[in-house]
Write a protein that binds this ligand. Structure first.
Ligand code: PEP
Ligand code: MN
Length: 341
């Protein structure tokens, strides 16, 4: 349930009403102060809250029931787009945030070279897995903590903030210390203990949609993080499993406008894991931008044929550069919300 206050309601009246609702009902209230509005978002069991009684307050403009199970993530609770600041850049809002880099960190030379390349083409974040969730236990599992150290070297060399995946709760302190954006992979989207613990940090969390998760399940996972106090959540559509086998997954482009309508959180698209085919990354990336994505996450490798992981879906730096040039042209024709940082 949300309570929309009339414009220019005195702050003390808002506080009095907030305390009254909280004490009369077993709920907590999230106060959202916009430029021209103030909304009280009720969290908890609101089934017994008497809306007509609240509506009778002279400063209340309206009371609305929130049908969806997610609250803090809901756009009703927060009408403006959330912008997440990371170092001197951001994700969400007017600008398109591009995250690029290899599937996994392989060596210092590899990650530093790719970092420099993607930076030159306009990427604002460097990605690279140090801990890799592989289907087979016999496949390359990532360089682990050594990979984190190499990412830090690449950050030092380029200034690009680093995005990398966490797989277990016991690594949280290390990631908070070393990483700029903590990625929760598709396979961990419903690791609720991990989500709760990440919610206790203030780090930006990039939450990828689970392989077979609905939009609502993705938003509920984001709610887990936010309900613990961390508001810095970025969502990522990375393709879902369907009956189609030509592509690795099926990119659900409709999830972007849907999530924009339902939530205030930024939503980015990973066309690499969606397609699983390098030559499809470019058209899917452009499509993602056209439907309003807040950013892109793209796998780029200097030697895809010899990559330790996901070479078949990784584009070369030159292809990435051309893609960035084309996306900048889309900015020139002033499509909705495009402007490379
Ligand atoms: C990744 O981004 O490295 C990754 C493993 O992606 P996903 O979790 O979407 O499969
Ligand atoms: Mn990958």
């Amino acid at each position: 349930m949300i309570v929309i206050m009339s414009p220019n309601t005195p702050t003390e009246e808002i506080i009095i009403l907030k305390q009254k609702i909280e004490s009369e009902n077993n709920v907590s209230i999230n106060l959202i102060q916009g430029k021209e509005y103030c909304i009280l978002g009720l969290i908890g069991d609101t089934t017994k809250v008497d809306a007509s009684k609240i509506r009778a307050n002279e400063f209340v403009e309206n009371v609305e029931k929130v049908q969806q199970p997610y609250k803090l993530v809901n756009r009703l609770f927060h009408p403006e787009d959330t912008v997440i600041n990371v170092k001197d850049t951001s994700i969400g809002g007017e600008k398109l945030a591009v995250i690029a880099g290899p599937c996994s960190v392989e060596s210092e030379e590899q990650i530093v070279e790719i970092a420099k390349n993607v930076k030159d083409s306009g990427a604002k974040f460097l990605r690279g897995g140090a801990f890799k969730p592989r289907t087979s236990p016999y496949s390359f599992q990532g360089l682990g903590t050594e990979g984190l150290e190499l990412l830090k070297v690449a950050r030092q060399e380029t200034g690009l903030p680093i995005v990398t995946e966490i797989m277990s709760e016991d690594m949280i302190d290390k990631f908070v210390e070393d990483v700029d954006v903590i990625q929760v992979g598709a396979r961990s989207m419903q690791n609720f203990e991990l989500l709760k613990q990440l919610g206790k940090t203030k780090k930006p969390i990039l939450l990828k949609r689970g392989l077979s998760s609905t939009i609502e399940e993705l938003l509920m996972s984001a709610e887990y993080i936010m309900s613990e106090g961390n508001e810095n959540v970025i969502l990522c559509e990375r393709g879902i499993r369907t009956f189609e086998t030509y592509t690795r997954n099926t990119l659900d482009l409709s999830a972007i406008p849907a999530i924009k309508k339902l939530s205030h959180l930024p939503i980015i698209v990973d066309p690499s894991h969606a397609a699983g085919l390098w030559w499809m990354v470019e058209p899917l990336a452009k499509a993602a931008v056209a439907v309003g994505a807040d950013g892109l996450m793209i796998e780029v490798h200097n030697d895809p044929a010899n990559a330790k992981c996901d070479g078949q879906q990784s584009i070369k730096p030159k292809v990435f550069q051309n893609l960035m040039t084309d996306i900048n042209k889309m900015v020139d024709v002033k499509m909705d919300k495009l402007q490379i940082l």
